[in-house]
Design a protein around this ligand. Sequence first.
Ligand SMILES: Cc1cc2nc3c(=O)[nH]c(=O)nc-3n(C[C@H](O)[C@H](O)[C@H](O)COP(=O)(O)O)c2cc1C
Length: 246
Amino acid sequence: MTRIVAFNGSPKGRKSRTQFLVDAFLEGARSAGAEAETVFLAERSIVPCDECMGCWILNGSGECAQKDDVPALLEKAMEADFVLLATPLLMDSMSGILKLFLERWLPLMHPRFRAQHGQGSLPARTGRVPDWIILSSCSFPEQFHFQPMSLMFRELSKSFNNHLAAEIYRGEADLFGRLGEMAHLDVLNPYMDLLRTAGREVVRNGSLSQATAEALDRPLIPFDQYVEEGNAAWDRILEGTCRIDP
Ligand SMILES: Cc1cc2nc3c(=O)[nH]c(=O)nc-3n(C[C@H](O)[C@H](O)[C@H](O)COP(=O)(O)O)c2cc1C
């Protein structure tokens, strides 16, 4: 049976808007026979890698010197067929919590450089690092805001010698929460169905079809409408006539 472990790096933990998307994706994956769970990194103890190199030098076995929740989480990750990394876009990047977690994947890499595709890289120590599914949301309406983060995940996956089974990025995420009055169920419901389709495709084929990837990338509502409704909602929030729902 296909196993998927999702790591949600939102500081909001279970209240994360990105998790709406993760839940729909995993629902689709389960309907195709997968077993799936979500770990909320905000609830776990994760200390930074301080580059002591213990994992590479002292024991050479990849065992990390830090005593926190990460070694058990890494074990869980490595037993999965797919690891889903979920994060809000924060300052044009992944969340600090997810970054802290990924920096602790260093023990999975081998210390010796290897020349690959004309560039040096540190290959994965283990034979196989599960393929990644990347899922992220942001408030700005345009999808291009995810480009720097996408490039970073693509580069990182070369080092880990794994694949990106899916990259799902969702701008206009205020439609999923904060400005609840902007709830456009007519577009949100079909989008959730697309996420379920994406989950099924990854389990069945190991990747997204081009048609699904393209459909997931389309704007939910037009740019001008999103900006106008978002600003109007903020006017009401700042006047105190409407409450904020993160
Ligand atoms: C500190 C901070 C930085 C943010 N930076 C960006 C950003 O660079 N671009 C953007 O479009 N949205 C940005 N946002 C908005 C979040 O990406 C958006 O609200 C996201 O959907 C939150 O997801 P979550 O509920 O899963 O944490 C930022 C939010 C915070 C709190």
